[in-house]
Design a protein. Structure first.
Length: 112
């Protein structure tokens, strides 16, 4: 399954502004390269890690087996130490289109 990890932090706790947060980011970076660690959390692959520095939010996309283990991963690598984190199951647009195509034809609704 695909999961998105959405995170936000305050301007004050931004790794660009706070040395402790910066050290945490560097530590997270090395942990995310540890394949055995990822296997322990049943994370098959980190597909992407996107950050918007000035908006103080990020999105990581993972291929993984269990949202609860992702939650534990976020806590254990200290991502949740200064970030507010939300884990969301994701589908590709292609999968949504296929699901719609294989179900009964939906009737579009319009609000007046």
């Amino acid at each position: 399954m695909l999961f998105g990890i959405y995170g936000t932090h305050t301007t004050r706790e931004c790794p660009l502004n706070d040395r402790n947060s910066a050290e945490s980011v560097l530590d997270m970076s090395s942990k995310c390269k540890n394949e055995q660690l990822l296997k322990n959390y049943k994370i098959n692959k980190i597909i992407g890690q996107y950050h918007s520095a000035l908006e103080h939010w990020f999105l990581w996309i993972l291929e993984a087996e269990n949202a609860h283990l992702i939650e534990k991963f976020c806590i254990d690598i200290e991502m949740a130490k200064y970030n507010r984190v939300k884990i969301v199951p994701l589908n590709t647009f292609k999968a949504v289109v296929q699901k719609i195509s294989h179900s009964a034809s939906p009737t579009p609704t319009r609000s007046s």
